[in-house]
Design a protein around this ligand. Structure first.
Ligand code: ATP
Ligand code: MG
Length: 380
């Protein structure tokens, strides 16, 4: 059984933040602790490093999996914390290391009571490992694994060799607040992830066309929110009924402008939600040229109705790359469930690909925009 009794955490970009560093760290620590709520553990901060200790061994894997999703953490190492004793460390090094491969040993000695030089300790440990297996060789430059020994001032040492990549980015909550237009599709959940990675708090708005779209379409969005929860804890979700608006557009506007005008409503309503909730930007999952509604002209038509900045983190990405992220964050399988989303209701045969802003404005002027939006928001 793996007796790892400690996890060493590393954070990266925070160092760049100069004067803000204390604030970024405090948010990161709060997020780490809340990611692990429900588990028994002790959080230790020492010499600019964080450690998770005193957790039951059976929770190790789950704790690691949750920590890899905390933005602001760059990597972690499952480690063994033992009383500093070079003979014991040698035994441990042999016990935990892979039995074959090229390796090196690095020792960091912050404990002045150990009266041996780091280099000599490393050589001693390396020799012991080398003797333990004839398939282990030392290579200081081109190694398969690095066994690290960190001898702290308090008389304890951390011994580890595995390094697991974490989510990176900036701590969630340090980047302001934005409203995300969240469909049940592949793209918008990836957008949520990308912006949350820059620290932005996400408030999702979903437009629902009941009864044209089923409860299962809405369930998809709830399931996506659940999948995003380790990255985006407690994401707010506002569900806005959209059927009346769609029906009115369908009745009064040319069918080739259906999508353009629908999108304009989506953007305006999202902006209202943003302003009511103190959010300073909107986020969409648009990617240039992906579909008719994502040409420069279409984006111009939908962008024109809002004054807040609109973030489109996927704008220059290929679908393949977006899908790779969707798979990594595990939203992909939910997104490809077949339930229709509101955009396919009243879908015109030939949506306009290069809509003119003037035309959209003229067609839309037949509608009582504010009343339609008020009513939808009241029912949200
Ligand atoms: P996605 O995979 O995110 O649905 P898509 O490639 O299907 O994107 P569109 O359907 O054209 O593209 O939607 C573009 C963007 O409009 C979406 O990424 C999302 O931000 C927003 N959007 C579309 N439908 C909805 C909806 N029902 N509720 C909220 N936002 C939506
Ligand atoms: Mg879609």
């Amino acid at each position: 059984m793996d007796n790892t009794n400690c996890i060493l955490l590393r954070f990266g970009e925070l160092f760049l933040k100069g004067g803000n560093r204390a604030y970024f760290e405090s948010v990161l620590i709060k997020n780490i602790k809340s990611a692990l709520k429900g588990f028994k553990f002790k959080f230790v901060k020492s010499q600019g490093r964080y450690y998770i200790e005193e957790f039951p061994n059976e929770d190790l894997e789950e704790i690691i999996s949750l920590l890899t999703k905390v933005f602001g953490l760059y990597s972690l190492s499952p480690a063994y914390k033992i009383k500093t004793d070079i003979e014991e460390i040698k035994k441990l090094a042999v016990k935990i290391s892979p039995a074959e491969g090229k390796f090196r040993v690095t020792v960091n000695r912050a404990d002045a009571s150990v009266n041996m030089r780091s280099m000599d300790i490393a050589r001693d440990i390396g020799a012991e490992m080398f003797m333990s297996s004839n398939r282990l060789t030392v290579d200081l430059f081109n190694y398969d694994f690095e066994l690290s020994v960190d001898m702290r001032e308090n008389g304890f040492s951390y011994v580890f060799y595995k390094k697991i990549a974490c989510a990176g980015g900036l701590p969630y909550g340090t980047g302001g607040r934005a409203v995300l237009l969240l469909s049940g599709g592949i793209d918008s959940p990836v957008s949520a992830y990308q912006m949350a990675k820059r620290g932005v708090i996400i408030h999702a708005v979903h437009y629902h066309s009941f009864p044209y779209t089923s409860e299962l379409a809405l369930q998809k969005v709830h399931d996506i929110a659940k999948k995003l929860a380790p990255y985006i804890p407690d994401m707010r979700l506002t569900v806005v009924p959209f059927t009346d608006i769609q029906t009115e557009i369908h009745k009064n506007c040319p069918s080739d402008f259906m999508i353009t005008i629908m999108r304009r409503f989506m953007m305006r309503i999202a902006e209202r939600v943003a302003k009511e909730n103190g959010a300073g930007a909107l986020i969409t999952g648009e990617s240039l040229g992906q579909v008719a509604s994502q040409t420069i002209e279409s984006i111009n038509c939908t962008n024109a109705v809002v004054s807040l900045p609109v973030f489109r983190p996927l704008i220059g990405m290929d679908k393949e790359d977006i899908i790779a992220i969707a798979k990594k964050i595990d939203t992909y399988e939910i997104s490809i469930r077949p339930h229709q989303d509101c955009c396919t209701v009243f879908l015109p045969k030939n949506p306009v690909i290069h809509p003119k802003l003037k035309d959209a404005e003229v067609y839309e002027s037949k509608l009582d925009i504010t009343a339609l939006e008020d009513s939808a928001l009241q029912k949200s």
